[in-house]
Write a protein that binds this ligand. Structure first.
Ligand code: COA
Length: 286
């Protein structure tokens, strides 16, 4: 058994009459999540930085039959996000599910990344997630809705050239837990998903570029890369009444990759990029 269509496996009415807001929803895993939500009846607003990408995504998403809105907004801009979310609520009359998925990433060794480069990823991933949650709070309180954050394995297992991303994603998981704790009294649930190596994503393209895909599939206990739809399926469940008693959870969707640690694969990725971690230490010890 591998993947299946979400609306074949779950009721296509699971989220009908509800509205969702997806940051970074114009591409990649976030777009797959938007498809998943729309396929079970949710109305959607997707936001992102690039108008053309959002328009193309909205065309695809409309095929599910629900209402689809777009907003050009950078998650670093709290005011722009507030305007986007307010518009969604005005148009849909409510907001039930938020996906805080927008992220920025690049490979850079900790010894050379500039403070501004480090801050840029913290700003997009962590501050952007907070901005999203903060702007959505009032509306989620009204609907007793849920917010789902996109974390990453780097949040709990160090990975070469990803210190900035690990710090940002660890912050997101901590923010998620605090919001679950603080906002539980308003009926708001907060969870995060940790996607593993997902086929066809920008992140995977970059990760596999120095090593080839086999290194990754060999390291995954299930023996294959994941599909974006498999992350989306979990996102739909966590955003739905099926998970009505689930909050504060970090749900790992990685085929088991994180179980054995990522040291070898991290070194394989690092080699051509910045030298193998440990090389300097070994040289110094000689
Ligand atoms: N290596 C090292 N530093 C980098 C970098 C890289 N590959 N890319 C950006 N930076 C640094 C810049 O040098 C700059 O710091 P400086 O002012 O000290 O030089 C800082 O980050 C901001 O760069 P800028 O290009 O102005 O940021 P931005 O806000 O326009 O875009 C990203 C930031 C992360 C979105 C951009 O790098 C990007 O487009 N990444 C690819 C898309 C992506 O991340 N997709 C998500 C995959 S999970």
């Amino acid at each position: 058994m591998t993947t299946g269509r979400i609306d074949d496996l779950l009721s296509p009415e699971l989220l009908s009459g509800t509205a969702a807001f997806v940051t970074g929803g114009g591409s990649g895993i976030n777009l797959a999540i938007a498809h998943g939500l729309a396929s079970v009846g949710a109305d959607l607003m997707i936001c992102g930085r690039t108008r053309s990408r959002l328009d193309a995504a909205a065309d695809e998403l409309s095929a599910h039959g629900g209402r689809v809105l777009t907003a050009v907004a950078d998650v670093r801009d709290a005011e722009a996000l507030t305007v986007a979310i307010t518009t969604a609520v005005e148009r849909f009359g409510r907001l039930d599910s938020v996906i805080a998925g927008a992220a920025g990433n690049f490979f850079a060794p900790a010894e050379t990344i500039s403070p501004n480069g480090f801050r840029t990823v913290i700003d997009i991933d962590l501050l952007g997630s907070f901005n999203t949650a903060r702007a959505a709070f009032e509306h989620l309180r009204n609907s007793r809705g849920s917010i789902l954050f996109l974390s990453a394995g780097q949040a709990y297992l160090p990975f070469a050239n990803q210190s900035h991303v690990g710090a940002a994603k660890a912050g997101i998981d901590n923010l998620m837990a605090n919001l679950a704790f603080e906002w539980g009294r308003f009926g708001i649930r907060a969870n995060s998903i940790v996607p593993g190596p997902i086929r066809g994503t920008e992140g995977m393209r970059r990760l596999a570029q120095p090593t080839g895909e086999e290194v990754w599939t060999d390291a995954v206990p299930l023996g294959r890369l994941g599909e974006a739809a498999e992350v989306a399926a979990m996102a739909v469940v966590l955003s739905s009444p099926l998970a009505s008693y689930v909050t504060g959870a970090r749900v790992v969707v990685d085929g088991g990759l994180g179980l054995s640690g990522l040291g070898a694969i991290s070194r394989a990725v690092a080699g051509p990029v910045s030298g193998t971690p440990g090389d300097d230490r070994r040289t110094a010890a000689r």
